[in-house]
Design a protein around this ligand. Sequence first.
Ligand SMILES: *[C@@H]1O[C@H](CO)[C@@H](O)[C@H](O)[C@H]1NC(C)=O
Ligand SMILES: *[C@@H]1O[C@H](CO)[C@@H](O)[C@H](O)[C@H]1NC(C)=O
Ligand SMILES: *[C@@H]1O[C@H](CO)[C@@H](O)[C@H](O)[C@H]1NC(C)=O
Ligand SMILES: *[C@@H]1O[C@H](CO)[C@@H](O)[C@H](O)[C@H]1NC(C)=O
Ligand SMILES: CC(=O)N[C@H]1CO[C@H](CO)[C@@H](O)[C@@H]1O
Length: 527
Amino acid sequence: MRYTAAAAGALALVTTAAAQNVVSFDLNRGLPGLRVGTPPSATLTRRDFHAGSINNNITGGGYYVDVKVGTPGQPITMVLDTGSSDAWFLSYQADLCTSRSLQAYYGDSCSPTFNPSKSSTYAIKVRNGFNITYLDGTGATGSYITDDLEINGVTIKSLQMGLATSVVRGVGVLGVGFPQNEAAVTQYPNIIDELADQGFISSRAFSLYLNDRRANSGTLLFGGVDAAKFIGPLHVLPIPKQPTGYTHYGVVMSSLSTTYSNGTEVAVSDSLVGAILDSGTTLSYLPDDIATPLFDELGVYTDYQTSGYSMIDCAYLDSEPDLVVTFGFGNGQASGGDKFTIAVPVYELVLDLLGGYSQLTADAPFDNVCLFGIQSSGSSFGGSDGTNETTSSEITLLGDTFLRSAYVVYDLDHHQIGMAQANLNATGETDITELTSAGSGLPTVTGVSAQQTTAGTTTSTSTRSSGTSSPSGSATSGNGAGQTTGTGTATPTPNAAPSGRVGGAEAFLVVLVAGLCSVAGGALFVL
Ligand SMILES: *[C@@H]1O[C@H](CO)[C@@H](O)[C@H](O)[C@H]1NC(C)=O
Ligand SMILES: *[C@@H]1O[C@H](CO)[C@@H](O)[C@H](O)[C@H]1NC(C)=O
Ligand SMILES: *[C@@H]1O[C@H](CO)[C@@H](O)[C@H](O)[C@H]1NC(C)=O
Ligand SMILES: *[C@@H]1O[C@H](CO)[C@@H](O)[C@H](O)[C@H]1NC(C)=O
Ligand SMILES: CC(=O)N[C@H]1CO[C@H](CO)[C@@H](O)[C@@H]1O
């Protein structure tokens, strides 16, 4: 079964100090069911092509968690998604899982399914009440149920989840977003709420470390932050509130640049935009006016004719190991958060997955064609009429291709994001600080002083910490020297952005989320 690649990794326990209320487990990286079968639509419009046919295949899959549902526990694998808020999995009766013709049609088969009649703790919550639609146009419908969910030896009792009976994709989703973004008519306590309510963690917060593209697994840590896995201080960004409340993990992105090995930095953008951190999206998406100059700088070619995908010369996999794309965040003020940068090596953005798609790559101006890890949201999420449409949604989604270079703390209680450059392939002891809901924000935590396993990659990021959002948290932890030294990455000029534009950024995020709702029925998810 093609799916087995996704479920291959075993759950691995990460040891944590016994006194701490944290729940940690490994994430497995792998391929979702490949979808190279007949596309759902005979006419390959750009959007259909993107969403319905080969997207999962060429983007290389997502990050998976292995859980058990019911009593006795039935093993289930789910995609971890910070961009949505419902946990759901496949019923053993799901249409896709029971129909060979549907499997052929969607080019996918099912991961392990759930049989409610074999669980003594199962109950129906809202019959036929589950209906989620993701940004890529796919979705799932079924019933909301309650049952026990076991993750890494911790059993959450009676968690509300979706049991899908109609799906187009053979794997469920573990949404860890704000409950306000649930697909349900009536909001309910989701997995983050229940972990806190049932006393497993002291704050509705978790940390995500996806790790190097070439590593097989990352770590999801509920209720804590691990200072061994990032470099320098953990920077704090407020999550902008939306008219409907806190719905997405959005932050203010304030600059984008490229930096060459000789130290030359080329500014690509200094616009303030609202960016959504979305682990359920394998690529990253920038608005056209930021993506286009970046593409020009790196010689990225866009296939406007068929797929809309942007592609890069595979030579970048090793020709320029020190070339980085630098993402700036915050505006140094309370409204926008600490000003700092995250450096993403260009080789992390070169995805060698297009081998089977020569029809897409024939016109590229280079011989070895790789998918670029950053796409324009204009070309990818545009209309669905198959024309060379102009941008209809200028969204900024930072997916796995960005998130692998960052360590990110999602704090739902304080409405804050903590972020720092990831210490890739971190080995050895963890250095975990428990997160609590007390205080006004995330604690001050400092990671290691430098990337621990490799030389050659420019990873220094810190510029300065804003005094304005200083949290009053208690714990301080870390085993490294606090200050990073600038070794050639971009140093955004403090106060370069006029303060008045922060409002613009937030307004943009409002528009952006509203736009997404109209496209996607409220849920944000692309695989
Ligand atoms: C699910 O919601 C979508 C969008 O609102 C709607 O088009 C569809 O008919 C719904 N499906 C079911 C089974 O209710
Ligand atoms: C991380 O480990 C992988 C192999 O597991 C290796 O290919 C990669 O170069 C390492 N990355 C760093 C930054 O050390
Ligand atoms: C640094 O390298 C880039 C890319 O190779 C080149 O365009 C630029 O002119 C170089 N700058 C200096 C000062 O050598
Ligand atoms: C589509 O739009 C792009 C960007 O404006 C342009 O470069 C390209 O030539 C257009 N392609 C077609 C087929 O019109
Ligand atoms: C990542 C991945 O599995 N890519 C595959 C996509 O499909 C083509 C054609 O079947 C394969 O050659 C790739 O290996």
